[in-house]
Design a protein around this ligand. Structure first.
Ligand SMILES: O=P(O)(O)O[C@H]1O[C@H](CO)[C@@H](O)[C@H]1O
Ligand SMILES: [Mn+2]
Ligand SMILES: [Mn+2]
Length: 413
């Protein structure tokens, strides 16, 4: 028996996806372009950060090697010594989407190769029958938006009209999402959640992955601010995931952050939530301390994606990575012999790229397995290899989709 920990740095892609061109993302590379921006002084921000990207702890786990495996990128500090028992590699996604559920479900050994519905980039974006049903069943006077949009732009453009009319702001993106922004006080937070539950049901036949509540506060376009009360209403995974397999084997899944929502709370034993990466890190440490043999701690750090990737803010993203890296030793210090600790990502979100959407990229898999030899896991053909490695580590039989790399890093023969 043993314990396993997977921390997902939401959107921390490392480029090189073989199918990036099919997504309009050829050349996108979240990590490399942040590092390049830092190196050339383009990610300096007084009072926030300066100079080259410094990630000594992730570098010691093999981030540089992982980047090189994924795209040939040379991070430079990759020549620094690696920690004993550390391992590194990169993985290609096989799911058809580059969204958060696709990435996480594939990590949890359930790739989604087909099947998500999406709304076209037209105005209106939603089919009239859906819009009519949302208004009628949701008992609202109409909807605003009805288009593809960046979330902050949607609030800036429609927020004041929303307050005046009570019409929720409904928008989408290239992902399989229908997002609903509404004012926490004028519209009401509970009412927004209730409206989202109704829209969730209406979206089921359209195979929309998530309906997302995006509450905000403020009174004018220049003062609107989204709050931490975002809530995702996801469809249930269509087959058992690693989380179900672990709980069936009587292990516990200790989820941190968005993980509960992403898996529609299936296979989740306990859930810890917090606002902001640092508070989330505190929660992840608490989960690590609580974990006993057979348990799996699965944590998501969403700020990288929502605060910096979608906002196309390389300096902010770099600062968030550096802050995360600084805290990593606290997590590593909690590891015992026989534990498996993995840092990875669910997709890319290159803050130097066009638009505001995710980018199709490979993901890093770096970590520490005290007691094992560690080394290179190479380039994996699916994110599911991470889930299968966790399964093998926890003594759970193999699933249908991925291949464990546990043997490559010195695990069970
Ligand atoms: O611009 P915001 O509202 O953050 O939207 C983003 O959030 C959605 C869910 O993560 C993505 O599909 C993307 O559109
Ligand atoms: Mn994500
Ligand atoms: Mn996102």
């Amino acid at each position: 028996m043993a314990r396993a920990f997977v921390f997902v740095l939401d959107s921390f892609g490392i480029g090189g996806a073989a199918d990036a061109a099919e997504f309009g993302d050829e050349g996108a590379n979240t990590f490399a372009h942040i590092a390049d921006a830092c190196r050339s002084g383009k990610a300096d921000r007084p009072g926030l950060r300066n100079g080259p990207l410094l990630l000594p702890n992730m570098t010691a786990l093999g981030l540089g090697q992982a980047a090189h495996i994924a795209s040939g990128y040379d991070f430079g500090p990759a020549s620094a010594p690696l920690l004993p028992s550390s391992f590194h590699g990169a993985a290609q996604e096989i799911s058809s989407g580059k969204d958060t559920p696709s990435g996480h479900w594939e990590i949890a050994a359930l790739p989604m190769r087909f099947g998500w519905g999406r709304f076209p980039d037209t105005v209106p974006a939603f089919p009239p029958a859906l819009t009519e049903a949302m208004i009628r069943e949701g008992n609202v006077p109409g909807i605003l938006g009805n288009c593809h949009s960046d979330g902050m732009a949607a609030i800036e453009i429609f927020g004041e009209e929303h307050i005046a009319t009570g019409k929720p702001i409904c928008y989408t993106s290239v992902d399989s999402v229908l997002q609903i922004a509404a004012h926490e006080e004028h519209f009401g937070l509970d009412r927004l959640y209730e409206f989202c539950r109704i829209v969730r049901r209406l979206c089921d036949p359209l195979k929309i992955g998530r309906v997302i509540a995006r509450p905000f506060l403020g009174e004018t376009a220049d003062t609107f601010k989204r709050t931490a009360n975002r809530r995702d209403y996801a469809v249930s995974p269509p087959e058992p995931t690693l989380l179900d397999r672990i709980t069936e084997a009587h292990g516990r899944v200790l989820a941190v952050g968005k993980i509960g929502d992403i898996f529609a709370h299936r296979g989740v034993t306990t859930l810890r939530k917090a606002a902001g990466n640092m508070a989330m890190f505190d929660q992840a440490l608490e989960a690590m301390k609580e974990a006993i043999d057979g348990d799996f701690v699965f944590a998501n750090f969403v700020d990288f994606d929502s605060e910096f990737g979608h906002r196309r803010d390389p300096a902010g993203y770099a600062a968030a990575l550096e802050a995360f890296d600084c805290r990593l030793p606290e997590a590593l210090a909690l590891l015992k012999q026989g534990d498996l600790f993995v840092l990875t990502a669910d997709h890319g979100n290159d803050p130097t790229w066009r638009g505001t959407d995710h980018t199709r990229e490979r993901i890093p898999l770096i970590g520490l397995a005290p007691g094992l030899t560690g080394g290179s896991a190479g380039l994996r053909t699916t994110f599911s290899d991470i889930g299968e490695t966790v399964a093998e580590h926890l003594g759970i039989g193999p699933g249908k989709y991925g291949t464990s790399f546990y043997g490559d890093i010195g695990g069970h023969a």
